[in-house]
Design a protein around this ligand. Structure first.
Ligand SMILES: C[S@@+](CC[C@H](N)C(=O)[O-])C[C@H]1O[C@@H](n2cnc3c(N)ncnc32)[C@H](O)[C@@H]1O
Ligand SMILES: [Zn+2]
Ligand SMILES: [Zn+2]
Length: 502
């Protein structure tokens, strides 16, 4: 698939042009009886066109999203994705459709513009639909490490991380009449070899992770049939009866898109990467953030099953439940590479209830964080370096100025504002405040939320452009906007950097 096609598949759902009744190239209507009746049409002088499936028009849903609700009963042509699109294996990320383009953008930034070779949807509804991004890298472990390091927030927000390691048994099946039987045969042969690699009770346990849901059902059906046929002679079963998903000895990952199913069965305690190469640094700066085992020690389960869960837990622990905004600034600092030092002084305009203040308070230890908001801060304990000024931003200038004199650097390095208002209004407050402290020798940063307090998406996007212009005019050298995973659909984060005077 080319880059534009991947984007269309993952972007917003557009109703497919579905000319009905469908016609063939010369404009004649396709004969419904020919397409649906078992014995064909039978009319000698049928005025409608009898066209073989592979010569009919392409089904727009299947072609655009890799999924057609009519399945194999669809009258139109379903072109099958070639095996080579994911021949080398790699990783499949499953994510909610709302953040699909953010995932795509980040995969391209981190892994390269062509990294996502296939993209599609598990269903065509508007809500609760997941998207699938197939990253054909041939190096499942290395790909995962790079994503975890550069984008821990995004990876914590994937629903599933499916792995297709190069050295594990893999296969692909075209979804035709033979597919189910072929997949069952492949599973049976592979399961026979799994018996050499059993758990402490002398059995192997196979966890199944498949998308879309119907594929998971089909695989469990095949598993049941194999177990039934082989009876006690087969020492492989799905988890259950006291064996949890985490205890499984093997994992079957499978994904189906554009008429083809790709499968892989890997050993959960198997090490599929060699010990050489870069280690993964945690993208989270906190000392208690989850760490990945070293290369050569990390099992496939560590990389594709356990670590994403640890990231999720870390992100949804007490910190974020006390205030969801905490991780928004956390992600912002990481994403923009803001070089926060412990002696930086910061102003948080519109700080209540205090999520952002808390993020800043943890990062700067010898600097001061002025939390400016007429509303109460809910921070318990209140970090010692945080000073709450219970006033509007314009009334806080004098106090901050005086306070700065007592600090190590005397400079205000970072101003953030997350007020619930029109982006330009938010920028105006922050820029007026910033102008009073413009004499910085070192570099300084501004981070603003640009929320959709506009009438409509188009107006909002225009307002963001206008806000960027305002910030540039105020003398910032670099201005950029990012849609963070911690932002909701209707909110983006603006960054501005002013280089210091030497
Ligand atoms: C969405 S909340 C900020 C949430 C905060 N970032 C957090 O992490 O908890 C917006 C706050 O901006 C404050 N606010 C709005 N205009 C302000 C101004 N001119 N000066 C100071 N605070 C302001 C409001 O009182 C409100 O508490
Ligand atoms: Zn006919
Ligand atoms: Zn179709």
């Amino acid at each position: 698939m080319d880059a534009r096609a991947v984007e269309r598949a993952l972007g917003g759902l557009r109703p497919a042009p579905r000319p009905f009744p469908p016609r063939c190239e010369d404009g004649r209507e396709l004969c419904k009886r020919y397409m649906t009746a078992e014995k064909g049409c039978g009319l000698v002088d049928c005025p409608r066109a009898h066209v073989a499936r592979n010569e009919r028009p392409a089904c727009p849903d299947h072609a655009t999203y890799g999924h057609c609700a009519r399945g194999r009963g669809c009258w139109l042509r379903h072109d099958v994705v070639p095996e080579s699109a994911f021949g080398a294996g790699g990783v499949v990320l499953m994510a909610d459709s709302e953040s699909s383009l953010r995932h795509l953008g980040r995969c391209r930034e981190i892994l390269g513009a062509d990294a996502v070779t296939v993209g599609g949807r598990t269903a065509l509804g508007r809500r609760g639909v997941d998207v699938l991004l197939m990253i054909s890298s041939g190096d499942a472990c290395g790909t995962l490490r790079r994503l975890y390091e550069a984008e821990p927030h995004g990876m914590a927000k994937t629903r599933r991380t499916l792995a297709f390691p190069r050295d594990a048994p893999r296969a692909s099946f075209v979804e035709d009449d033979e597919a189910d039987a072929a997949m069952e045969r492949w599973m049976e042969t592979t399961m026979a070899s799994m018996e050499n690699d059993v758990g402490p009770d002398g059995r192997a346990y196979l966890r199944v992770r498949a998308a879309p849901k119907w594929l998971e059902k089909k695989i469990y059906g095949a598993l049941d049939a194999i177990i039934e046929r082989r009876g006690e002679s087969l020492r492989v079963s799905p988890p259950g009866r006291g064996v949890s998903s985490r205890d499984c000895t093997h994992c079957l990952d499978a994904v189906s898109l554009y008429g083809r199913t790709f499968t892989s069965i890997w050993r959960t305690r198997g090490v599929y990467e060699d010990a050489r190469g870069e280690e993964t640094r945690s993208g989270f700066p906190e000392p208690d953030a989850p760490k990945l085992p070293k290369r050569g020690d990390a099992t496939m389960d560590d990389l594709a099953f356990v670590y994403p869960l640890l990231l999720q837990d870390f992100r949804s622990d007490v910190r974020s439940s006390s205030c969801r905004a905490y991780f928004k600034l956390h992600e912002a600092l990481l994403r923009a590479g803001v070089p926060v030092k412990d002696d930086w002084n910061c102003a948080d305009i519109g700080a209540a209830p205090g999520g952002w203040t808390r993020t800043l308070g943890e990062r700067v230890t010898s600097g001061v964080v002025w939390a400016i908001d007429p509303a109460e801060l809910v921070l318990d304990p209140m970090p010692v370096n945080v000073k709450h000024l219970q006033v509007l931003a314009e009334d806080a200038v004098q106090t901050v100025r005086e306070g700065l004199r007592a600090t190590k650097t005397g400079e205000l390095n970072l101003i953030v504002c997350d007020a619930n208002m029109h982006p330009e209004a938010c920028a105006r407050i922050a820029l007026e405040f910033a102008a009073k402290f413009a004499s910085s020798k070192g570099e300084s940063w501004l981070i603003l939320s640009t929320k959709n307090f506009c009438k409509g998406t188009l107006k909002w996007l225009k307002a963001i452009d206008a806000t960027m212009e305002m910030v540039r005019d105020a003398g910032y050298d670099e201005v950029f906007v990012r849609h963070l995973f911690s932002n909701c659909a209707e909110e983006k984060t603006l960054f501005a950097r002013r280089l210091g005077k030497p």
